[in-house]
Write a protein that binds this ligand. Structure first.
Ligand SMILES: *Cc1c(COP(=O)(O)O)cnc(C)c1O
Length: 342
């Protein structure tokens, strides 16, 4: 283990004195609150808990992890952006990403003026090219993004490869587990005590059905989480969004019910797709979507759109592939009918 946190955090962030909000200076619940210039009337008149304590408590119980290892963001997008801002010096540092993968890692790098090194996933199997990744690391490499299960390919990368990178990198390995709830294997959360440079991202946008609420999660060593708390906007997760998540966490059977339907539907669609001659390959998926290779992706995508079925054309990323999200039973039925008409 060669990791040393202090050596990779931006100097201005290490020395940053964070904004101290009214709710930082007094966090009790009882009293007459005349400290934050709020309006005493109305329903959403009070600022939300800046550290989302109740949410972290409930989520922590579910994930068997302490609140000090949890950060809540305004979607994973905020977690990604803050990770850049904490560790990457603009116009100097670089990160490694492994295409084809989620587009936000690159966009966020560009916004923060951070250079990108691309080390493609191995063709066909979409596994990490570990030797190439390790060879690409230089003294300014701060982050390596690994998406597992990966979007848009749907597969998972091998733990042995992630482990090798974690052990040989003085920087943060970000493992994006947006689709972990659909996967047949466990989250890497249990590995956090062993790797202080591991940062795991999850989200309420997919399996929890709360994409509209914008709530993303980072799990990491408490020292990393405290850096996130320093840099984040004081009230980054609204009261409405915190409430939406608390309600969903309170109704765990509904989460399981939705997930079971989606996974069952996934098997059904796979079987239906296999019967179609225009389908060349269905890539193995641990997520709630399928990357499907067809004869002519542009044509099939457009003909589906003409029938009001919207999939994602990934032809530019993986040749002749479209990415299909698993919908409700009715929606999936319409998809299959539409494909049959083409
Ligand atoms: C959908 C998705 C997310 C979720 O992003 P949010 O900002 O939390 O909605 C994160 N990572 C990947 C790879 C995704 O596909």
């Amino acid at each position: 283990m060669i990791f040393n946190l202090e050596t990779i955090v931006r100097k201005n962030i290490l020395s940053l004195k964070p904004y101290s909000s009214a709710r930082d200076e007094f966090s009790g619940k009882d009293g007459v609150f005349l400290d934050a210039n709020e309006n005493p009337f109305g329903e959403l008149n009070r600022y939300p808990d800046p550290y989302q304590r109740e949410l972290k408590q409930n989520l922590g119980q579910l994930k068997k992890i302490s609140s000090e290892n949890v950060f809540i963001g305004n979607g994973s997008d905020e977690v990604i952006d803050l990770t850049y801002r904490i560790f990457c010096e603009p116009d100097k540092d670089n990160v490694i990403i492994c295409p084809p993968t989620y587009g936000m890692y690159e966009v966020s790098a560009n916004i923060n003026d951070v250079a990108i090194q691309k080390v493609d996933l191995l063709p066909e199997v979409f596994q990490l090219d570990t030797d190439k990744i390790l060879a690409a690391i230089n003294k300014n490499t701060k982050l390596i993004f690994v998406c597992c299960p990966n979007n848009p390919t749907g597969n998972s990368v091998k733990w042995a490869d992630i482990k090798k990178i974690l052990e040989n990198f003085n920087g943060i390995v970000v493992v994006d587990e947006a689709y972990i709830d659909f996967a047949s294997y466990q989250s890497l959360i249990t590995q956090l005590p062993n790797y202080s440079n591991l940062l795991i991202m999850q989200t309420f946008s997919k399996a929890w059905g709360l994409a509209g609420a914008r709530v993303g999660i980072a799990y990491a060593d408490a020292k990393i989480i405290s850096l996130f708390n320093k840099v984040k906007p004081p009230y980054n997760v609204s009261e409405l969004n915190q409430k939406a998540v608390l309600k969903a966490l309170d109704n765990y059977p509904e989460f399981e019910r939705m997930k079971e339907i989606i996974l069952k539907e996934k098997e059904l669609i796979i079987n239906k797709l296999k019967e179609l001659p225009k389908v060349k390959k269905i890539h193995p998926s641990e997520a709630n979507f399928l990357l499907v290779e067809v004869e002519n992706a542009d044509k099939i995508y457009n003909e589906l759109v003409a029938q009001k079925i919207i999939t994602r054309n990934r032809n530019n990323v993986v040749k002749n592939c479209i990415r299909i999200t698993i919908g409700s039973p009715e929606e999936n039925q319409k998809l299959i009918e539409a494909l049959n008409k083409i």
